[in-house]
Design a protein around this ligand. Structure first.
Ligand code: PDD
Length: 297
C-alpha cells in the first residue's frame, strides 16, 4: 500500500505531494511543526502536542487553520490511510503562499497544512534503545526563541550531520558559558546518585519537550527527584548516566559524550527503567474507530 500525505485539504500520493514554490515555509522557513509518536495504535501525548502547536502558531501570529476536532480527524485519517500502528505523525503549518516579500502577507492568505505519517519498526527501535547512542558537543548557534517549534532547523541539521560524520547519533548544543542547552532534536538529561535526575529548565533556550514533561511526571511518580537546572558538559561527563528524550525516542540512553564514556560505557539501569515505564505515564489516544474502514483517498 503506497503512502499518502495530507496537503491543504486533500489526500495525495506521498510521491507527488507538493506545496507551491512561493510557500513561505519553503522560502522563509516561516512555519511550525509537530512530531507525535504512534505507539501500539495510539497517538502519544496528542493533546499536549496540539497545545504546543497552537502556542507556536500564536507566537508567530499565524492563524490556526482549523479547529482541534478537525485536526484530530485529519490526524486519524492520515494514520489510517498509511496503516501506521507504530511510527510517527508529522504536522506542518506554514504561513501560506504569497509573492516573495518579507512582510506578512494579507490576512486572507490561508496557512498551508501538511500531514504525513510513517511506520517505524518497533523491533529496530527497541534494539536502538538497548544499544544506546553516542553524542558530540557543538557550540550553540541558534536564535533565542528555540522554544517555538519552527521549521527553521538549519543549525540543528548541521549539528546532527556533524554528529553523524563523527560516528555519533546526536549533537548537544553548548552555550557560551559551557552549559548544555539541548540536542539537535532532543532534550538532555543526567542521572546523579541518590535517584536524582537533572534537566535544563524549559526557558527560551530549549524546546519544552512534550516527552520531557511526561518523563518529569513519570520520574517523580517512581520516586526520583527531578532538578530543573543548567549543567555543564563536564558535569554530564561525570554523571552516572545520561539520556535524551523526544517523541521519536522516546528515551534514548547516551553511552558516550565526545571521547568520554558515560559511567561504564553501557546503557544505564535508570534509562532502561524509564524507557520501559514510559507508556504508563504518557497519554495514549486511540484514534481508530472500531469497525470502520479507512476511507478511500
Ligand atoms: N524533535 N528539542 C528539539 C530541538 C527538538 O527538535 C525536539 C523534538 C525535542 C523534543 O521534543 P518532544 O519531546 O516534544 O518531541 C527537543 C522532533 C522529534 C523532530 O524534530 O523530529
Amino acid at each position: 500500500m503506497s503512502r499518502v500525505a495530507y496537503v491543504n485539504g486533500q489526500y495525495v500520493p506521498h510521491s507527488r505531494a507538493a506545496v507551491h514554490i512561493e510557500d513561505r515555509g519553503f522560502q522563509f522557513a516561516d512555519g511550525v511543526y509537530e512530531v507525535c509518536e504512534i505507539w501500539n495504535g495510539t497517538v502519544v501525548d496528542m493533546e499536549p502536542h496540539l497545545d504546543r502547536l497552537d502556542r507556536s502558531l500564536r507566537e508567530l501570529s499565524i492563524k490556526s487553520p482549523m479547529s482541534r476536532a478537525a485536526f484530530i480527524r485529519v490526524m486519524r485519517e492520515t494514520i489510517e490511510k498509511n496503516r501506521v500502528k507504530n511510527g510517527l505523525i508529522y504536522i506542518q503549518i506554514n504561513r501560506g503562499v504569497a509573492r516573495r516579500d518579507h512582510y506578512f502577507p494579507s490576512a486572507n492568505v490561508a496557512p498551508s497544512v501538511i500531514l504525513t505519517s510513517r511506520s517505524v519498526d518497533p523491533v529496530k527501535k527497541a534494539a536502538a534503545g538497548a544499544a544506546g547512542i553516542r553524542v558530540v558537543t557543538t557550540p550553540e548557534n541558534r536564535w533565542d526563541r528555540v522554544d517555538i517549534k519552527t521549521v527553521g532547523l538549519l543549525p540543528n541539521v548541521l549539528a546532527k550531520q556533524k554528529a553523524k560524520d563523527a560516528g555519533a547519533k546526536e549533537a548537544w548544543f553548548v552555550d557560551n558559558e559551557g552549559f548544555v542547552t539541548e540536542g539537535g532534536s532532543t532534550n538532555v538529561w543526567l542521572v546523579l546518585p541518590g535517584k536524582v535526575l537533572v534537566t535544563r529548565p524549559a526557558d527560551h533556550g530549549i524546546l519544552r519537550g512534550i516527552t520531557r514533561s511526561t518523563v518529569i511526571k513519570l520520574a517523580e511518580a517512581k520516586g526520583f527527584r527531578v532538578e530543573e537546572r543548567r549543567f555543564t558538559v563536564d558535569e554530564a561527563k561525570q554523571a552516572l548516566e545520561a539520556f535524551v528524550t523526544s517523541a521519536s525516542g522516546p528515551i534514548m540512553p547516551v553511552i558516550q559524550i565526545d571521547d568520554t564514556k558515560v559511567g561504564d560505557g553501557n546503557v544505564g539501569e535508570t534509562a532502561k527503567f524509564l524507557r520501559k515505564s514510559f507508556y504508563e505515564t504518557a497519554q495514549l489516544t486511540k484514534l481508530e474507530v472500531a469497525g470502520t474502514m479507512p476511507s478511500r483517498c
